[in-house]
Design a binder for this molecule. Structure first.
Ligand SMILES: [Zn+2]
Length: 104
């Protein structure tokens, strides 16, 4: 096996690349009636966007997201998935470091 410490450090560097992350999902509501299922169908209302996420107590929060912020927030959500995968890899990498130390 290659140098496990170096492998671990490379993963930590990747973690920094995706540090702009957030957990949650984007939902849209009617910008007029503020409902997911619009009740003011006669007009042609625009959509408003929100980020919905749960905190550590599993309480749901909603944050307003401006339309021009959507691409960024979508990227942040994608980054969270990457960070989660990286954490799993880091768990294994750190075990490899530990094993290498123990066999020395
Ligand atoms: Zn509406």
């Amino acid at each position: 096996m290659k140098n496990p410490t170096r492998k671990r450090d490379a993963l930590v560097e990747q973690l920094a690349v995706y540090s702009d992350f957030v957990r949650g999902s984007i939902t849209s509501v009617c910008s007029t009636c503020n409902r997911a299922r619009c009740i003011c169908t006669s007009k042609s209302p625009g959509k408003a966007y929100r980020l919905t996420y749960k905190d550590v107590q599993q309480k749901t929060h909603t944050v307003y997201v401006r339309r021009d912020q959507l691409p960024r927030v979508r990227k942040m959500i994608a980054n969270y998935a990457r960070v989660r995968k990286l954490i799993e890899k880091l768990v294994q990498a750190n075990i490899d470091v530990f094993k290498a130390e123990a066999s020395r």
